[in-house]
Design a protein around this ligand. Structure first.
Ligand code: AVJ
Length: 339
């Protein structure tokens, strides 16, 4: 079914969906992107905030990345989730499952699939994502599988719009896929802090962390043989072409990804392969690129047990449970608000 058909199908089935909300953040989004891109492309190290990867095509490409043989994080996280789902969901009746940066709903399906239909009947799933297509398709797909569940889809930038999430019911926040790794240390602390400020004492927060491991393994995950990650990276220029009426020529930029040891992070860049000039018509901006110059498009931080404990402590969270695969490549950590 086409995307639009799905949207209409959902709208015509209010019985299935308590409220599938489309928060009208369009205006705000337009202001944000104009302001942010003006600032980011005129900085001395040019950059583009990585949330702009996720238009419809970008979200699809990321789904493809998750299937790549080199991209281990999704597979590792899913294998851990399968093991721990029954334990995590044991006392979950009548709660909300809030997924920040939901994308596709594969992981949530593992959690929901581990409980009885009678329990699912009492649950509500709240996917929060900046990508409208991701929220709608994930919600629709979930409702097809589990018509008894309630879904409240929220299209929002969860790093700055946490306040739009209803928190009156008991809940578990999920921040999976090492999404937290996109934030710098101070941003991550502040973000986790704001989540904990929205948590009641019995609420939980499940966070997925990709761990530091052999450099070759990490670098291969961001330099796949089929070039899907390269396409994903370059697509961010398409997003600017579409949103800001820009004229980036994608063939003028090359995908670069490497592990930066000083910061324990994979960095992705787009490297100009010769001098070129780009015009962003909507914001009346012209940018020059020297051959070899890069646009920094993403940080994906990798963690250690120490750095996770430090992060939780500084965000006012206590660690309740810790789950890893046998190789220690990925960790799922259950946190609660510190009393
Ligand atoms: C969705 C942010 C967790 O950092 O690994 C995948 C995004 N970028 N390949 C990650 C991503 C390049 C991904 N996160």
């Amino acid at each position: 079914m086409s995307y639009l058909a799905r949207v209409n199908a959902i709208k015509s089935k209010p019985r299935l969906v308590e409220t599938l909300n489309y928060l009208d953040l369009d205006e705000k989004y337009k202001n944000d992107i104009a302001r942010e891109i003006r600032e980011s492309l005129t900085a001395s190290q040019k950059y583009i905030p990585c949330k702009y990867f996720y238009d419809k095509r970008g979200s699809k490409l990321f789904e493809e990345i998750c299937q790549l043989p080199e991209y281990y994080p999704t597979r590792k996280e899913i294998s851990i989730l399968k093991d721990i789902a029954p334990e995590l969901m044991e006392t979950f009746a009548h709660k909300d499952l809030v997924e920040l940066g939901s994308g596709a709903n594969l992981k949530i399906r593992i959690l929901l699939g581990s409980v009885d239909e009678s329990v699912r009947d009492t649950l509500r799933y709240i996917p929060v994502d900046i990508s409208e297509s991701a929220v709608i398709e994930a919600s629709w797909d979930l409702l097809e599988r589990y018509p008894e569940i309630k879904v409240l889809g929220i299209i929002a930038d969860f790093t700055s719009q946490l306040d739009v999430i209803p928190t009156e019911r008991p809940l578990m926040f999920c921040l999976l896929g090492s999404t937290i790794g996109n934030l710098e240390q101070e941003e991550a602390i502040e973000f986790l802090h704001s989540i904990s400020a929205n948590m009641k004492l019995d609420d939980t927060l499940l966070v997925g962390f990709d761990m530091v491991k052999a450099r070759v393994t990490m670098e291969a995950a961001y330099n796949d043989n089929q070039g899907v990650t390269a396409e994903f990276n370059k697509n961010i220029l398409n997003v600017l072409n579409n949103e800001l009426n820009a004229n980036f020529d994608l063939s003028h930029f090359d995908h670069v990804a490497f592990f930066n040891e000083d910061h324990n992070r994979i960095e992705m860049h787009l490297k100009a392969n010769h001098d070129n000039r780009v015009r962003l018509k909507s914001i009346d901006l012209e940018i020059e690129f020297k051959g070899g110059e890069t646009i920094h498009t993403e940080n994906s931080r990798k963690f250690t047990a120490e750095s996770i404990k430090d992060l939780a402590a500084r965000a006012g969270l206590s660690i309740e449970n810790w789950y890893s695969d046998t190789g220690g490549w990925f960790s799922l950590v259950v946190m609660m608000r510190r009393r």
